[in-house]
Design a protein around this ligand. Structure first.
Ligand code: NAD
Ligand code: MG
Length: 399
C-alpha cells in the first residue's frame, strides 16, 4: 500500500536521512510536502526526485528562486510560516517533523489535527508544548512517534511492557565535543570546536547543544513529557561510544537496553515502519570488535544545562517554552560570537529566574498562543541579557 508522507525540514540532517530511506522504496510512498529553509537548490532537487506535490521554503525572500528552480515541473511552491502550516494540513498518513527549533511546533500541530502519524524529531515541540502536542494527538486520533534516538530506544524497550512496572529511564549522552577537556578551558571553546561531534553527524545547532548538553537537557524534558515518568525517575549517563541509546529499568531490577550504531536512520526507519520492523541499511555491530562499553556520571560543573532542565521540570507550565527560547537565543549569540560557550547557561538561567516571577505567564494554559507568548518574552529577555542591557539575576535554586 502506498503511503502519503510529508517531510518538514527535508533539507536538514534528519530530513536527508528520511529521504534516503524513502528513496529505497519508490513504490511505497507518495510524497506530499517537502519543506526547507534557504537551501533552495537542494529542496528543489529533492522535490523533483520524489515528485512532491508542494515544496515550501520558510523564507519569503527565497520564493522566487524556488519557483524558478521548479518551473515547468508542476510542483507547487510556497513560502513563509503560514505556508508551512498550510502544507501540514494537506492530507498525509505520515509526517516527519524535522525542523530545528520552536518553529517546528505549528506544522506538527497542524499535521496532528488532520490525524497524521507524526514522527517527532523536533524535540522542541515536546519541550515547549508537551501537553498541547499529546492532547491534540488524542483529540484527533493521531499518533506521535519519537525519533530522537534515546526516545525511540525507550519506546522500543517498552513494547509489551506495563508502565506501572517502570522504575527508571536512563538516557545516554556522548558527552559531546568537550567531554574530555579540562573544565576551566570550556569558557574559551570556539564555535568551530563546538561544531564537531565525536560520534554523530548532525545539524550544527544540535551539535553545539550536544557539547553544552543543552541537547540532553531538552531530552530530559522530552522524556518526562513523552513517557509521563517523574523527573526523579530519569537519569543521564555519559556513554562516549553512543552505542547504547537508552535503558529502561523495571521493578524486578531488569534493565532493557537498546543497542545500535550511531545512525539516525535506525530511529527514523523504526518510526517509518512502525508498528512493523523492516530491514534497514544500518551497520550491524560487531560486539567482539567493540570489546567494551564505557559509562561515566555527567559532571555538574561541565554541564550546567542538566541542572537547569531539572528546575524546568520541577516548575512545569510554560517553563519549558521559556527554557527552549532562551537557549535558542543564547545559541544564536554563541554562533554570532556575541557570547562565550559557558555564558549560554548563564543567559538561560537569568531568563528562567526573571520570568519565573511572572506567575500569570508561567501557569498559562497550554495553547499555541500562550506557548508563543512565553517563547517571545523569553527571547526578548535573553537578548537584553546578551546585549548587556540587563544583568542576569542569578539564583542557585529557581522555583
Ligand atoms: P538541521 O539544521 O540539519 O536541519 C533543520 C531543517 O529545518 C532544515 O531543513 C532547515 O531548512 C529547516 N529550518 C531551520 N530553521 C527553520 C525555520 N525557522 N522554519 C522552518 N524551517 C526551518 O537540523 P537536524 O540536525 O536535522 O535537526 C532537526 C531536528 O531534529 C531538531 O529538532 C533536532 O534537535 C532533532 N534531532 C536531530 C538529530 C540529528 O541526528 N540530526 C537527532 C535527534 C534529534
Ligand atoms: Mg538524541
Amino acid at each position: 500500500m502506498t503511503r502519503r508522507v510529508s517531510i518538514f525540514g527535508a533539507t536538514g540532517s534528519i530530513g536527508c536521512s528520511t529521504i534516503d530511506l524513502i528513496e529505497r522504496d519508490p513504490d511505497g510512498f507518495e510524497v506530499v510536502a517537502l519543506t526547507g529553509g534557504r537551501n533552495v537548490d537542494l529542496l528543489a532537487r529533492q522535490a523533483k526526485a520524489l515528485g512532491a506535490e508542494v515544496a515550501v521554503t520558510a523564507h519569503e525572500e527565497c520564493l522566487a528562486d524556488l519557483r524558478e528552480a521548479l518551473s515547468g515541473t508542476g510542483i507547487e511552491v510556497a513560502a513563509g510560516e503560514a505556508a508551512l502550516t498550510d502544507a501540514a494540513r494537506r492530507p498525509a498518513d505520515w509526517v516527519m517533523s524535522a525542523i530545528v527549533g520552536a518553529a517546528g511546533l505549528p506544522p506538527g500541530l497542524a499535521a496532528l489535527e488532520q490525524g497524521a502519524t507524526l514522527a517527532l524529531a523536533n524535540k522542541e515541540s515536546l519541550v515547549t508544548a508537551g501537553p498541547l502536542i499529546l492532547g491534540t494527538a488524542r483529540d484527533h486520533g493521531a499518533t506521535v512517534l519519537p525519533v530522537d534516538s534515546e526516545h525511540s530506544a525507550v519506546f522500543q524497550a517498552l513494547v509489551g511492557e506495563d508502565m506501572a512496572a517502570v522504575e527508571r529511564v536512563i538516557i545516554t549522552a556522548s558527552g559531546g565535543a568537550f567531554r574530555d577537556w579540562p573544565i576551566d578551558k570550556l569558557a574559551s571553546a570556539t564555535l568551530e570546536e563546538a561544531s564537531s561531534h565525536p560520534n554523530w553527524d548532525m545539524g550544527q545547532r544540535i551539535t553545539i547543544d550536544s557539547a553544552s548538553m543543552f541537547n540532553k537537557a531538552l531530552e530530559l524534558i522530552e522524556t518526562r513529557e513523552f513517557f509521563g515518568v517523574r523527573p526523579d525517575q530519569i537519569e543521564v549517563i555519559v556513554h562516549p561510544q553512543s552505542l547504547i541509546h537508552a535503558l529502561v529499568g523495571f521493578n524486578d531490577g531488569a534493565l532493557m537496553a537498546h543497542v545500535g550504531p550511531p545512525d539516525m536512520r535506525h530511529a527514523i526507519g523504526y518510526a517509518l515502519n512502525w508498528p512493523e520492523r523492516k530491514p534497514l541499511p544500518v551497520e550491524r555491530l560487531d560486539l567482539a570488535r567493540i570489546g567494551q562499553l564505557e559509562f561515566r556520571a555527567p559532571e555538574d560543573a561541565r554541564y550546567p544545562a542538566l541542572r537547569l532542565a531539572r528546575e524546568v521540570m520541577e516548575a512545569g507550565g510554560m517553563a519549558g517554552a521559556v527554557f527552549n527560547a532562551a537557549k535558542e537565543t543564547a545559541l544564536d549569540g554563541f554562533i554570532a560570537h556575541r557570547l562565550g560557550f559557558m555564558d549560554m547557561a548563564g543567559v538561560v538561567e537569568g531568563v528562567l529566574t526573571e520570568l519565573s516571577g511572572d506567575t500569570g505567564l508561567m501557569s498559562a494554559a497550554f495553547t499555541l498562543d500562550n506557548v508563543r507568548a512565553a517563547d517571545h518574552m523569553a527571547r526578548i529577555r535573553a537578548e537584553e541579557i546578551i546585549s548587556g542591557a540587563k544583568t542576569p539575576k542569578r539564583s542557585a535554586t529557581w522555583t
